[in-house]
Design a protein around this ligand. Structure first.
Ligand code: ATP
Ligand code: MG
Length: 399
């Protein structure tokens, strides 16, 4: 077993010592079988949530109504979920009730895809009643039991299927894909925020390019915010050269820039995303549009180092301004300053140079001018040079 599992073993043993069963489950077991890097480790146990809570010092009862508590053991968090099956799903959010069950096999039966319905014991032995390992070997995504039923129970699973194609490079089996196409319309029952989480993972996957083709034929875009009313948008996107994104903000910028009619606001409002994400997206779109009118240095300066990586990716996905991509980093490295605080003067200096003028917004205006002039190389970042420049400019303005 790999290190993350070894580190989690004591959690299994503590449960087992009390006579409970405990297994590793979910994505970590799948990724282990695939030889992929392992993310969060989830544990399934026959112990009830209160019993788990009693056994560990640091426990967060985060989903206790659904049988899940988070155990923090030696600095790592594990979701520990009691064997359960779901009751009826009447509101498409959560099952109305959860029913605890006695065996790991029953617990595995409620899971979405066969590749995610494998349990692994402390010895590394698999419990795999649905042929999950075979699905993994065949790189196939198929639901546990009847796909139509499983998607009607929880339509989010259809988005999950698509995001797994992008994350893992697997293909959705034909019967499962048929059910996605048939029940895609149920996606409008699902909270936008939950769709957004899966769509973001989709966009971040290594196989995002080929997965867009599947997404389009899945019918799901017709029931996704913005795309539902702009049918061409996603279809046109197959002409782009997608690569794994860093997040939704990059996608919104790309769709806005390739559509010419949509704004970031329409995306951020309909996808109900955070103000921060909206702002990030807007900065990227604005920078792109500034490329045509402003010196490259000024555009790069406003983006800053971290966003520049996003920006380069966007240029490369959109496939235009390709020649710019190379020079962007060079330009960044050559900048004389990286923020206003890098200037060799302050607002105070400006105030002192004009003792007769009352302090006011003009000081900031002067600072902004100086900042831009220094960044684009029109003005040396030296106090005396700046003083001369500002005084000259002030005189011109005044006359
Ligand atoms: P990742 O590696 O991205 O975390 P994951 O498979 O672990 O992928 P999670 O969302 O963390 O996905 O869910 C953990 C497990 O819970 C899944 O592997 C699956 O067994 C089960 N599961 C999650 N969501 C659903 C769902 N909507 N319906 C049925 N089972 C689900
Ligand atoms: Mg997981």
């Amino acid at each position: 077993l790999e290190k993350p599992f070894l580190e989690a073993l004591p959690v299994l043993f503590i449960l087992m010592k009390q006579g409970y069963e405990a297994y590793f489950v979910g994505g970590s077991v799948r990724d282990h079988i695939m030889g992929r890097e392992i993310g969060d480790i989830d544990i399934a146990t026959s112990a009830r949530p209160e019993q788990v809570q009693a056994l560990f010092e640091k426990v967060i009862p985060i989903g206790i109504d659904h049988g899940t508590v988070v155990v923090n053991y030696e600095g790592t968090s594990y979701e520990v979920t009691t064997y359960r099956v779901d009751g009826e799903y009447n509101d498409f959010r959560h099952p109305d009730e959860v029913k605890y069950v006695a065996t790991i096999e029953e617990d595995l039966s409620r899971r979405d895809f066969t590749m995610n319905a494998i349990a692994m014991s402390y010895k590394g032995e698999l419990v795999d009643p649905y042929g999950g390992k075979e699905s993994i070997i065949n790189r196939s995504i198929e639901t546990v039991r009847d796909a139509a039923e499983r998607f009607q129970e929880d339509p989010l699973r259809m988005m999950r299927a698509l995001r797994f194609t992008s994350q893992l490079g697997f293909t959705i089996s034909s019967s499962t894909f048929q059910a996605v196409q048939d029940y895609a319309y149920l996606l409008d029952k699902i909270a936008v925020e939950r769709i957004a989480i899966e769509f973001e993972k989709f966009l971040m996957g290594d196989w995002v390019q080929s997965s867009f083709e599947h997404l389009i034929t899945s019918n799901l875009p017709q029931f996704m915010p913005v795309f539902s009313t702009h049918h061409d948008l996603m279809a046109k996107s197959t002409e782009l050269s997608w690569e794994p994104l860093n997040g939704l903000e990059e996608a919104f910028a790309i769709f806005v820039l390739s559509s010419h009619e949509l704004s970031v606001t329409s995306f951020s409002e309909q996808w109900k995303c955070s103000k921060k994400l909206k702002k990030e997206s807007e900065v990227l779109v604005k920078a792109y549009n500034l490329l045509r009118t402003e010196p490259l240095k000024w555009v790069v300066y406003q983006l800053g180092e971290e966003r520049l990586i996003s920006f380069k990716r966007i240029l490369s996905i959109l496939g235009d301004q390709e020649d710019q991509v190379e020079t962007l980093r060079q330009t960044l490295l050559g900048l004389p300053i990286y923020s206003k605080s890098g200037l060799s003067i302050s607002g105070n200096d400006i105030k002192n140079w004009f003792p007769d003028q009352k302090p006011g917004p003009w000081i900031k205006e002067h600072m902004d001018k100086v900042e831009r002039a220094v960044v684009i190389g029109h003005l040396k970042n030296e106090k005396e040079a700046i003083e001369m420049w500002v005084k000259q400019w002030n005189q011109q303005e005044g006359s």
